[in-house]
Write a protein that binds this ligand. Structure first.
Ligand code: FAD
Length: 329
């Protein structure tokens, strides 16, 4: 029988629609390694599990628990919660880390209720003290840092995508442990049909992107918003937007960054023609480096920017693109 370290941290890894591990996996395993011994759980179709387990090892999982989804299993979330329940009973971890994605939040909430665990959501860091694992949060629009800790048991923590820089050392041959999972029979939503939507974009997805270029009302129109896309493509960045830009119809809602949009924590965030309202800052303030270009030197975005340029985006950005192209050339 596999022995698990006393400081084990159980990490649920998600599988992307491409069939590979989701991009959140490296940060989750890096976070786990910084506070204990990472044990990964992967729930996926049986024929994909060996490849996914090897990928989990490359990202630092010494042990990978696997649970095979049944053929044609169309139930949402519940099979993963069932597998997490079995994994947690086996490993007795000090904490369970899950991505703060849509599916991750669903799994985390259900699992916390089922296991009577404390739930900490949207952590941007994890740590350990004498009493156990702590979750660090950026709250009130990034104005305060807060730390949460359970008063009992192992916490279930959802981790903001892109927030963790730490990476675990690769493990060449991780121990792979197939789980025996008892189906709970809990009520589950079921997928009865779907239409695949092919995205023509070669840009990275906003959520979890390492670089983001966002545009605001200052761009003036959907046609002129192309400037944001041009800079994003020059940098290999995802495209984001303020709510004002979305409301004005420059870009779809899926690009909205902020309190009522996507929260991002990239290495680089460039804000073009964005004033820096608190609701926008709430979704990007944990970016490692923030660059703002705005023609109003008093715009609040400059309060949190590491680098600021007071100027017209239509003059500054083309020069920036030309300089970046020249550097590449
Ligand atoms: P503005 O505030 O109008 O700023 C435009 C900026 O562009 C100005 O600073 C101006 O100086 C600059 N500018 C203009 N022309 C140029 C130029 N040629 N070159 C350079 N700079 C130029 N907002 C979000 O972004 N995300 C959210 O999730 C969100 N959720 C909200 C939730 C609630 C409940 C509420 C009440 C509001 C929310 N908002 C959100 C809206 C938020 O309060 C702001 O209205 C919005 O962020 C402003 O967008 P903006 O910075 O693009 O526009």
């Amino acid at each position: 029988m596999t022995e698990f370290a006393a400081d084990s941290i159980l990490v649920l890894l998600e599988v992307a629609p491409t069939g590979a591990l989701a991009s959140s996996s490296a940060g989750l395993l890096g976070a786990a390694a910084s506070i204990g011994t990472p044990v990964a759980l992967v729930v996926a179709p049986a024929d994909t599990l060996p490849t996914l387990a090897a990928s989990a090892g490359e990202l630092g999982a010494a042990t990978v628990l696997t649970s095979a989804l049944g053929d044609g299993d169309d139930a949402l979330t519940v099979p993963v919660v069932d597998a997490l329940t079995a994994a947690s009973t086996l490993v007795r971890p000090d904490a369970v880390l899950i991505s703060n994605s849509i599916e991750g939040r669903d799994v985390a909430g259900r699992f916390a209720v089922r296991s009577h665990s404390a739930l900490s959501v949207d952590a941007v860091g994890v740590a350990r003290d004498d009493e156990g694992v702590l979750a660090q949060h950026s709250v009130y629009g990034g104005a305060f840092n807060a730390t949460s800790a359970p008063t009992f048991g192992a916490p279930v923590i959802t981790v903001r995508q892109g927030a963790i820089d730490a990476r675990a050392a690769a493990v060449a041959a991780p121990a792979v442990v197939p789980l025996e999972v008892a189906a709970s029979g809990a009520a589950a939503a079921r997928v009865t049909g779907f239409t695949a939507q092919q995205s023509a974009s070669s840009r990275p997805e906003l959520r979890g992107a390492a670089k983001v270029v966002s545009g605001g009302r200052g761009l003036g129109s959907a046609e002129k918003f192309v400037l944001v896309e041009q800079l994003a493509d020059t940098l290999g960045a995802a495209v984001g937007a303020s709510r004002a830009a979305v409301d004005a119809g420059y870009v779809p809602y899926s690009a909205q960054v902020g309190q009522t949009g996507v929260s991002v924590a990239p290495q680089l965030y460039i804000a073009l023609g964005i004033s820096g309202a608190i609701q926008h800052k709430a979704g990007m303030q944990t970016a490692k480096t923030i660059v703002a270009i705005n023609k109003d030197g008093d715009a609040p975005i400059f309060d949190i920017a590491d680098y600021g340029i007071v100027g017209d985006v239509f003059q500054v950005v083309p020069q920036l693109i030309a300089a970046l192209d020249a550097k590449k050339g």
